[in-house]
Design a protein. Structure first.
Length: 450
């Protein structure tokens, strides 16, 4: 008996220590079993308390009267599937007649408390079927990406969602995106994860970093073109527009719309072309859009030219395989004419911590008021935490795993052989210098070395 008591105390102490120091290990060892029993035992009573049951039908009441049986109780949604995961539980529920997916979504917070879970989110799978994803611990506190990722061409895993699933940046589904955030909010880490994920794919990376290239130029070995000032950026955008027009001519030449050509072989973008003719897709990363759009002059031809080129690429670039990633601290009408038109073309939206509500509305004001509220509530100590949404109104809290600049540089260097040489962008190919060369003085007054 004493040995059993000692063993029980040690198990309880180990469980408490794991829950405090390693919540993921605690969940996989103890938490998943306890949560499964808790959910299955409490399911009927919790659904009834949360108003997610329906009264018995008339024929069941009539049958009970005829057979002199007790009155049947209200019925909760049917459990169609129950699946434990590495971060929580997944329940697929079949709704009863008269129930709606919105009822389940509205009761998510009450379900979280009733089942003693960290978080509960719901989504409608199809008509009459709702999926509940429950997390057993704070998966965004220490982000650990799963070992198995569903990586496809132009689909990059960049962060982890609060429900434990992976957040992907899918360029074929969402061609252009906007990323906002204040200083030290985690935009750079998010961008590094994006570049590191794209480095291993057959894609051309083009960067515009008007902060003298401090963010993107360390990754230069994997970039086909880079610009570090507005003048070079204007010429680079012109070259991209010319490439876009050339790709459209190629698509036109390969369409061959005749009665003998099957519908599936009619080309409308680069992905409909044969593999040997398909141009390499291009991802354009703009590190700080305000440096391109702001100008000290009232009517600046260069600034207007840059914004118009960005708008053209956003409106027409998808079919030509040109995708935009626009980053900035703010993105509103104060940046001048054409900015609102550009923002309307950026389907994907990601907002890190912002300093005011107006900045959050720039990202989600035309999408979801709830996402605006979630963005302004991001605490300053959680760098990298963000709200991601799209034009459909759906949004999620996400956090990218910490990737240092050295890790991103090593990844780009490892895949430097995948960097395509595009003739249109050859003048903007970054010049790589060896480490043995003498460092360049930071200023003209720097003393010469002996």
């Amino acid at each position: 008996m004493a040995a059993f008591t000692v063993a029980l105390v040690l198990v309880v102490a180990a469980a408490g220590l794991l829950r405090w120091r390693r919540p993921a290990w605690y969940w996989m060892t103890f938490g998943v079993t306890l949560a499964t029993l808790r959910v299955l035992v409490r399911y009927a009573s919790v659904m009834d308390a949360c108003g997610l049951t329906v009264p018995p039908s008339r024929w069941r009441l009539a049958l009970a009267r005829v057979t002199n049986r007790p009155v049947p109780v209200s019925r909760p949604p049917r459990i169609l599937r129950f699946r434990p995961t590495r971060t929580g539980l997944v329940l697929r529920l079949g709704l009863r007649p008269g129930q709606d997916a919105f009822d389940v979504a509205a009761a998510s917070d009450r379900l979280r408390h009733s089942f003693s879970m960290y978080g509960v989110t719901s989504r409608e799978v199809r008509s009459g079927v709702v999926e509940l994803r429950m997390t057993g611990y704070d998966v965004l506190k220490r982000v650990q990406m799963p070992a198995k990722l569903d990586i496809r061409p132009m689909r990059v895993p960049v962060a982890l969602r609060e429900d434990g699933s992976v957040h992907y940046r899918d360029y074929r589904a969402v061609p252009h995106a906007l990323t906002l955030g204040a200083t030290e909010s985690g935009k750079s880490v998010y961008q590094r994860n994006l570049v590191a994920g794209l480095a291993s794919m057959d894609v051309a990376l083009v960067g515009i970093d008007c902060k003298q290239g401090v963010e993107l130029f360390p990754l230069a070995r994997r970039f086909s073109a880079l610009a570090d000032n507005p003048d070079t950026a204007a010429d680079l955008l012109d070259a991209l527009v010319s490439r876009m027009e050339g790709v459209y001519q190629l698509i036109r030449a390969e369409q061959r719309i005749t009665a003998a050509v099957p519908d599936a072989e009619i080309a409308a973008d680069i992905w409909d072309l044969p593999a040997h003719l398909r141009p390499v897709p291009v991802v354009v990363l703009v590190d700080e859009v305000a440096e391109l759009a702001l100008s000290t002059k009232k009517n600046d031809p260069r600034r207007d030219h840059i914004v118009k080129a960005l708008v053209r690429l956003a409106q027409l670039g998808r079919a030509a395989g040109i995708y935009l990633e626009i980053c900035g601290q703010r993105f509103g009408s104060e940046l001048g004419d054409g900015i609102t038109m550009l923002r309307a073309q950026l389907t994907g939206r990601t907002a890190h911590r912002v300093n005011d509500e107006t900045s959050a509305k720039m990202a989600f004001g035309d999408i979801s008021p709830d996402a605006v509220l979630a963005a302004i509530q991001i605490p300053a100590e959680l760098r990298g935490l963000a709200v991601a949404g799209d034009s459909t109104g759906g949004w999620h809290r996400i956090r990218a795993p910490h990737t240092s600049l050295r890790q991103a540089v090593n990844t780009c260097n490892r895949h430097a052989d995948r960097t395509p040489a595009l003739p249109e962008l050859a003048p903007f190919r970054p010049e790589l210098t060896s480490s043995s060369e003498a460092p360049v003085p930071l200023s003209k007054t720097a003393p010469a070395t002996a």
